[in-house]
Design a protein around this ligand. Structure first.
Ligand code: ZN
Length: 279
Protein backbone atom coordinates (compact mmCIF):
# COMPACT_ATOMS: atom_id res chain seq x y z
CA UNK A 1 0.00 0.00 0.00
CA UNK A 2 1.48 3.33 -1.09
CA UNK A 3 0.77 6.26 1.18
CA UNK A 4 -0.18 9.59 -0.39
CA UNK A 5 1.98 12.65 0.36
CA UNK A 6 -0.63 14.08 2.73
CA UNK A 7 -0.80 10.72 4.54
CA UNK A 8 2.98 10.63 4.93
CA UNK A 9 2.74 14.06 6.56
CA UNK A 10 -0.34 13.28 8.67
CA UNK A 11 1.11 10.03 10.07
CA UNK A 12 4.76 11.20 10.19
CA UNK A 13 5.05 10.64 13.97
CA UNK A 14 3.90 7.03 13.52
CA UNK A 15 6.02 6.36 10.47
CA UNK A 16 9.17 7.60 12.19
CA UNK A 17 8.72 4.97 14.93
CA UNK A 18 10.75 1.96 13.81
CA UNK A 19 8.17 -0.37 15.44
CA UNK A 20 5.40 1.12 13.25
CA UNK A 21 6.93 2.61 10.10
CA UNK A 22 5.20 2.68 6.73
CA UNK A 23 4.11 -0.98 6.90
CA UNK A 24 2.57 -0.48 10.36
CA UNK A 25 0.72 2.62 9.20
CA UNK A 26 -0.55 0.67 6.19
CA UNK A 27 -1.88 -2.00 8.57
CA UNK A 28 -3.72 0.70 10.54
CA UNK A 29 -5.23 2.14 7.33
CA UNK A 30 -6.42 -1.32 6.31
CA UNK A 31 -7.81 -2.27 9.74
CA UNK A 32 -11.47 -2.61 10.69
CA UNK A 33 -12.29 -1.98 14.37
CA UNK A 34 -15.72 -2.30 16.00
CA UNK A 35 -16.31 -0.01 18.99
CA UNK A 36 -19.20 -0.95 21.29
CA UNK A 37 -20.67 2.26 22.73
CA UNK A 38 -20.05 5.84 21.61
CA UNK A 39 -20.06 7.18 25.16
CA UNK A 40 -17.48 7.77 27.88
CA UNK A 41 -15.04 5.06 26.81
CA UNK A 42 -16.06 5.07 23.15
CA UNK A 43 -15.22 8.78 22.81
CA UNK A 44 -11.45 8.56 23.38
CA UNK A 45 -11.31 5.14 21.68
CA UNK A 46 -12.99 6.41 18.50
CA UNK A 47 -11.11 9.73 18.44
CA UNK A 48 -7.66 8.17 18.87
CA UNK A 49 -8.38 5.37 16.39
CA UNK A 50 -9.59 7.97 13.88
CA UNK A 51 -6.54 10.15 14.47
CA UNK A 52 -4.32 7.08 13.99
CA UNK A 53 -5.90 6.39 10.60
CA UNK A 54 -7.78 3.17 11.37
CA UNK A 55 -9.42 2.67 7.97
CA UNK A 56 -12.85 1.51 9.10
CA UNK A 57 -14.40 2.16 12.50
CA UNK A 58 -17.80 0.69 13.30
CA UNK A 59 -19.65 2.41 16.15
CA UNK A 60 -22.54 0.62 17.88
CA UNK A 61 -24.89 2.71 20.03
CA UNK A 62 -28.67 3.06 20.12
CA UNK A 63 -28.74 6.18 22.30
CA UNK A 64 -29.06 9.91 21.53
CA UNK A 65 -26.69 12.56 22.91
CA UNK A 66 -27.96 14.11 26.13
CA UNK A 67 -26.69 17.14 28.03
CA UNK A 68 -25.55 15.00 30.97
CA UNK A 69 -23.29 12.97 28.60
CA UNK A 70 -21.09 15.96 27.82
CA UNK A 71 -19.28 15.95 31.18
CA UNK A 72 -17.21 12.99 29.85
CA UNK A 73 -18.28 11.95 26.33
CA UNK A 74 -15.94 14.21 24.37
CA UNK A 75 -17.05 12.97 20.93
CA UNK A 76 -20.24 14.97 21.33
CA UNK A 77 -21.03 18.68 21.52
CA UNK A 78 -23.74 20.90 23.01
CA UNK A 79 -25.06 21.62 19.50
CA UNK A 80 -25.50 17.87 18.88
CA UNK A 81 -27.67 17.13 21.94
CA UNK A 82 -30.60 15.01 20.73
CA UNK A 83 -28.68 13.59 17.73
CA UNK A 84 -28.01 9.83 17.57
CA UNK A 85 -24.61 9.21 19.21
CA UNK A 86 -23.30 7.28 16.21
CA UNK A 87 -24.16 10.21 13.91
CA UNK A 88 -22.48 12.67 16.27
CA UNK A 89 -19.45 10.35 16.36
CA UNK A 90 -19.37 10.21 12.55
CA UNK A 91 -19.36 14.02 12.35
CA UNK A 92 -16.49 14.27 14.82
CA UNK A 93 -14.47 11.67 12.89
CA UNK A 94 -15.11 13.31 9.51
CA UNK A 95 -13.84 16.63 10.84
CA UNK A 96 -10.70 14.95 12.15
CA UNK A 97 -9.66 12.57 9.38
CA UNK A 98 -11.31 11.87 6.02
CA UNK A 99 -9.13 8.74 5.61
CA UNK A 100 -11.45 7.02 8.08
CA UNK A 101 -14.72 5.41 7.08
CA UNK A 102 -17.09 5.31 10.07
CA UNK A 103 -19.96 2.85 9.93
CA UNK A 104 -22.96 3.89 12.03
CA UNK A 105 -24.67 0.96 13.77
CA UNK A 106 -27.56 2.81 15.40
CA UNK A 107 -28.93 -0.22 17.20
CA UNK A 108 -28.84 -2.03 20.52
CA UNK A 109 -26.41 -4.94 20.56
CA UNK A 110 -28.28 -8.16 21.30
CA UNK A 111 -27.92 -11.92 20.93
CA UNK A 112 -29.56 -11.77 17.49
CA UNK A 113 -27.26 -9.18 15.86
CA UNK A 114 -23.97 -9.50 17.80
CA UNK A 115 -22.35 -12.25 15.68
CA UNK A 116 -23.16 -10.54 12.39
CA UNK A 117 -21.77 -7.21 13.68
CA UNK A 118 -18.59 -8.59 15.26
CA UNK A 119 -17.81 -10.83 12.27
CA UNK A 120 -17.47 -7.80 9.95
CA UNK A 121 -14.47 -6.45 11.88
CA UNK A 122 -10.89 -7.48 12.71
CA UNK A 123 -10.90 -6.48 16.38
CA UNK A 124 -13.44 -5.30 18.96
CA UNK A 125 -13.13 -2.57 21.61
CA UNK A 126 -15.81 -2.75 24.28
CA UNK A 127 -16.77 0.58 25.80
CA UNK A 128 -20.24 -0.50 26.95
CA UNK A 129 -21.65 0.55 30.30
CA UNK A 130 -23.41 -2.60 31.48
CA UNK A 131 -22.61 -6.17 32.43
CA UNK A 132 -25.01 -7.88 30.06
CA UNK A 133 -23.49 -6.23 26.99
CA UNK A 134 -20.01 -6.97 28.28
CA UNK A 135 -20.74 -10.71 28.56
CA UNK A 136 -22.47 -10.76 25.18
CA UNK A 137 -19.53 -9.00 23.48
CA UNK A 138 -17.09 -11.43 25.15
CA UNK A 139 -19.03 -14.43 23.89
CA UNK A 140 -19.52 -13.02 20.37
CA UNK A 141 -15.82 -12.13 20.04
CA UNK A 142 -14.88 -15.64 21.21
CA UNK A 143 -17.17 -17.39 18.72
CA UNK A 144 -16.09 -15.04 15.88
CA UNK A 145 -12.39 -15.50 16.84
CA UNK A 146 -11.79 -11.76 17.25
CA UNK A 147 -9.50 -10.10 19.77
CA UNK A 148 -11.42 -8.05 22.33
CA UNK A 149 -10.03 -5.03 24.20
CA UNK A 150 -12.34 -4.47 27.14
CA UNK A 151 -12.64 -1.44 29.43
CA UNK A 152 -14.83 -0.71 32.44
CA UNK A 153 -15.42 2.20 34.79
CA UNK A 154 -16.93 2.89 38.17
CA UNK A 155 -16.97 6.13 40.14
CA UNK A 156 -13.19 6.54 40.56
CA UNK A 157 -11.86 3.21 39.30
CA UNK A 158 -11.15 1.73 35.91
CA UNK A 159 -10.12 -1.61 34.45
CA UNK A 160 -8.75 -2.73 31.12
CA UNK A 161 -7.96 -6.17 29.70
CA UNK A 162 -7.47 -7.86 26.34
CA UNK A 163 -9.15 -11.19 25.60
CA UNK A 164 -8.20 -13.67 22.88
CA UNK A 165 -9.42 -16.94 24.34
CA UNK A 166 -10.07 -18.23 20.80
CA UNK A 167 -6.28 -18.58 20.43
CA UNK A 168 -4.38 -21.57 21.78
CA UNK A 169 -2.40 -21.10 24.98
CA UNK A 170 -3.23 -19.54 28.33
CA UNK A 171 -5.54 -16.79 27.07
CA UNK A 172 -8.54 -16.23 29.37
CA UNK A 173 -11.89 -14.70 28.42
CA UNK A 174 -13.97 -12.22 30.42
CA UNK A 175 -15.99 -15.10 31.89
CA UNK A 176 -12.82 -16.68 33.25
CA UNK A 177 -12.58 -13.64 35.58
CA UNK A 178 -16.27 -12.87 36.16
CA UNK A 179 -18.34 -16.04 35.94
CA UNK A 180 -21.67 -14.37 35.19
CA UNK A 181 -23.42 -10.99 35.34
CA UNK A 182 -24.85 -9.92 38.72
CA UNK A 183 -28.63 -10.22 38.97
CA UNK A 184 -30.56 -7.12 37.82
CA UNK A 185 -30.80 -4.46 40.51
CA UNK A 186 -27.75 -5.56 42.52
CA UNK A 187 -25.26 -3.06 41.15
CA UNK A 188 -26.10 0.66 41.10
CA UNK A 189 -26.43 2.34 37.72
CA UNK A 190 -23.78 4.86 36.67
CA UNK A 191 -26.49 7.52 36.68
CA UNK A 192 -27.10 6.76 40.37
CA UNK A 193 -23.45 6.30 41.30
CA UNK A 194 -21.77 9.10 39.33
CA UNK A 195 -18.36 9.08 37.65
CA UNK A 196 -15.37 11.41 37.45
CA UNK A 197 -15.46 12.42 33.77
CA UNK A 198 -11.76 12.36 32.91
CA UNK A 199 -11.49 8.77 34.22
CA UNK A 200 -13.26 7.69 31.01
CA UNK A 201 -10.49 9.45 29.07
CA UNK A 202 -7.77 7.55 30.94
CA UNK A 203 -9.28 4.10 30.45
CA UNK A 204 -10.57 4.68 26.90
CA UNK A 205 -7.18 6.01 25.82
CA UNK A 206 -5.51 2.89 27.24
CA UNK A 207 -7.94 0.79 25.19
CA UNK A 208 -7.03 2.75 22.06
CA UNK A 209 -3.33 2.10 22.75
CA UNK A 210 -3.96 -1.66 23.13
CA UNK A 211 -6.03 -1.76 19.92
CA UNK A 212 -3.25 0.00 17.97
CA UNK A 213 -0.66 -2.43 19.42
CA UNK A 214 -2.78 -5.43 18.41
CA UNK A 215 -3.34 -4.09 14.88
CA UNK A 216 0.31 -3.21 14.24
CA UNK A 217 1.49 -6.33 16.12
CA UNK A 218 3.96 -4.69 18.50
CA UNK A 219 4.77 -4.90 22.19
CA UNK A 220 3.34 -7.24 24.75
CA UNK A 221 -0.37 -8.01 24.46
CA UNK A 222 -2.52 -7.32 27.51
CA UNK A 223 -4.11 -10.76 27.12
CA UNK A 224 -3.83 -12.60 30.45
CA UNK A 225 -3.56 -9.41 32.47
CA UNK A 226 -6.01 -7.03 34.09
CA UNK A 227 -4.88 -3.44 34.66
CA UNK A 228 -6.69 -1.68 37.49
CA UNK A 229 -6.54 2.09 38.00
CA UNK A 230 -7.55 3.71 41.30
CA UNK A 231 -7.86 7.41 40.52
CA UNK A 232 -8.36 8.63 44.10
CA UNK A 233 -5.08 7.07 45.20
CA UNK A 234 -3.36 7.60 41.83
CA UNK A 235 -2.47 3.88 41.98
CA UNK A 236 -2.08 1.26 39.22
CA UNK A 237 -2.14 -2.48 39.69
CA UNK A 238 -1.67 -5.27 37.14
CA UNK A 239 -3.19 -8.64 38.03
CA UNK A 240 -2.34 -11.82 36.14
CA UNK A 241 -5.44 -13.68 34.99
CA UNK A 242 -5.50 -17.26 33.71
CA UNK A 243 -7.81 -19.34 31.62
CA UNK A 244 -10.35 -21.11 33.86
CA UNK A 245 -10.64 -24.77 32.85
CA UNK A 246 -14.21 -24.67 34.22
CA UNK A 247 -15.16 -21.54 32.21
CA UNK A 248 -18.64 -21.98 30.71
CA UNK A 249 -17.43 -20.47 27.43
CA UNK A 250 -13.75 -21.28 26.86
CA UNK A 251 -13.17 -24.09 29.39
CA UNK A 252 -12.63 -27.77 28.66
CA UNK A 253 -16.35 -28.64 28.87
CA UNK A 254 -18.17 -25.49 27.76
CA UNK A 255 -21.91 -25.15 28.38
CA UNK A 256 -22.35 -21.96 26.32
CA UNK A 257 -22.36 -23.11 22.69
CA UNK A 258 -23.98 -20.05 21.09
CA UNK A 259 -25.15 -16.54 21.95
CA UNK A 260 -28.72 -17.58 22.79
CA UNK A 261 -27.20 -19.12 25.94
CA UNK A 262 -25.15 -16.06 26.88
CA UNK A 263 -27.62 -14.16 28.99
CA UNK A 264 -30.14 -16.68 30.24
CA UNK A 265 -31.54 -15.52 33.58
CA UNK A 266 -29.69 -12.21 33.58
CA UNK A 267 -30.23 -8.57 32.74
CA UNK A 268 -30.55 -7.76 29.08
CA UNK A 269 -28.10 -5.52 27.23
CA UNK A 270 -28.79 -1.85 27.82
CA UNK A 271 -29.77 -2.24 31.47
CA UNK A 272 -27.09 -0.06 32.89
CA UNK A 273 -25.04 -1.08 35.90
CA UNK A 274 -22.06 0.65 37.28
CA UNK A 275 -18.97 -1.53 37.28
CA UNK A 276 -16.29 -2.51 38.49
CA UNK A 277 -16.73 -5.96 40.03
CA UNK A 278 -14.07 -7.01 42.53
CA UNK A 279 -11.21 -8.92 40.91
ZN1 ZN B 1 -13.27 -18.19 29.62
Amino acid sequence: MDLRDDQIERYARHIILKEVGGPGQARLLNARVLVIGAGGLGSPIIMYLAAAGIGTIGAVDFDDVSLSNLQRQILHTTARVGMPKVESAARAVHELNSDVRIVQHNERLNAANAMQLVSQYDIVADGSDNFATRFLVNDAAFFAKKTLVSGALSQFDGQIATFKAYASGDHPCYRCIYREPPPPGLAPSCAEAGILGALAGVVGSLQAVEVLKEVVGIGESLSGKLVIYDALNAAWRTVKVRRDAKCALCGSTPTIKNLSQSLIGHAQPGEEFCEVPAA
